[in-house]
Design a protein around this ligand. Structure first.
Ligand code: NAP
Length: 305
């Protein structure tokens, strides 16, 4: 069982190392794969970071359909691709093609970053740490918090475990398909000493569970551009404690109906762009094998997206 506690800073095993002057002349050939991929912000984000750091690079989006990872992996090896970002629907399926994955990625059963280390494909998950860092920007840490998830998809499996290992006190997961929420709760209970509950995503249930939540996280696509459904009502936010953080993982639009309703009630809010940016910056640290100062790059980048 993962030790409980409230660690300071980073809790994972990403390879943060190296010196600041080791990047000169270091060309990086990077890709992002997914399906759909045409609207991905990854090329813009990673290009910005490489340019800021003065690293010569190429970065391409590659549409890889579900079930078509094998020929893509052949391409990575034959073209000496240095690394690639992984998005839907490949975060789980990619694992069987890798030579090594780090401890957090193994826990989450999810990989969003692959580094080609001299032919050895190494997988990492930076989504959880990316979310934790985005929360830190609004002055919130998971430590000792009661967290309410709306939705129970792949990202909740990752974030719930990350928040549990970062010291969260209680996690409640509400989902349309209750069984999926129950499965994540089983994983949390097996691995962490944390109080975990699950239930359906009915308004009455949300209204009840939100009363004691410190952090509420929307991890459904309700309210996202291109999705026809939105929250019919956000009245349930009226039952949230005044100190609660309302987070939406959606970044397009940044101001969803859920967040604007929270703001009107005077609640602290967080959109999904910060997580998107931080998971990308963490991935770039993996590719480059060195750390760099995030705050300035993240702030400037946010203004360009
Ligand atoms: P996923 O695995 O497809 O899960 C989707 C979740 O949303 C499931 O719990 C699903 O419930 C629920 N859902 C879908 N349509 C619904 C509806 N009409 N009403 C109620 N619930 C509905 O997706 P995911 O990877 O977990 O991603 C979830 C959200 O997080 C997406 O909006 C995604 O864009 C966002 N995200 C953001 C970032 C970031 O960097 N900001 C990163 C990853 C994901 P069922 O189980 O009942 O189908």
């Amino acid at each position: 069982m993962w030790g409980k506690g409230c660690p300071n800073g980073h809790t994972g095993n990403l390879p943060f190392a190296g010196s600041a002057d080791s990047l000169d002349g270091l060309q990086k050939n990077l890709l992002v794969i997914g399906d759909p991929i045409e609207h991905s912000l990854s090329p813009k984000i990673h290009s910005f970071v490489m340019e800021q750091l003065g690293v010569p690079y190429t970065y391409q989006s590659v549409q890889v359909k579900k079930g078509e990872l094998a020929p893509f992996i052949d391409r990575v090896r034959s073209e000496n691709i240095d690394g690639f970002n992984v998005t839907m629907p490949h975060k789980v399926d990619i694992i069987e093609y890798l030579d090594w994955i780090d401890a957090e990625a193994e826990y989450f059963n999810s990989v969003n970053t692959v580094k080609n280390d001299n032919g050895r494909l190494c997988g990492y998950s930076t989504d959880g740490e990316g979310f934790v860092r985005s929360m830190a920007d609004v002055g919130v840490t998971p430590c000792d918090k009661k967290i309410l998830f709306l939705g129970a998809g792949g990202v909740v499996n990752t974030l719930a475990q990350k928040l549990a290992m970062s010291g969260a006190r209680k996690i409640v997961i509400l989902n349309r398909t209750v069984e999926t929420a129950s499965n994540i709760c089983d994983i949390l209970s097996d691995r962490f000493s944390i109080n975990c509950e699950f239930a359906d995503l009915e308004f009455a249930t949300i209204g009840e569970k939100i009363k004691t939540a410190d952090i509420v996280i929307n991890a459904t696509p309700l309210g996202m551009v291109g999705v026809s459904n939105d929250w019919e009502s956000c009245e349930f936010l009226k039952s949230a404690p005044g100190h609660a953080l309302i987070a939406d993982l959606i970044y397009n639009p940044r101001m969803t109906k859920l967040l604007s309703s929270g703001k009107k009630l005077g609640l602290k809010t967080l959109d999904g762009l910060g997580m998107l940016i931080y998971q990308a910056l963490l991935a770039d640290e993996v590719y480059l094998g060195r750390t760099f100062k995030f705050s300035e790059i993240a702030r400037t980048l946010e203004g360009t997206l």
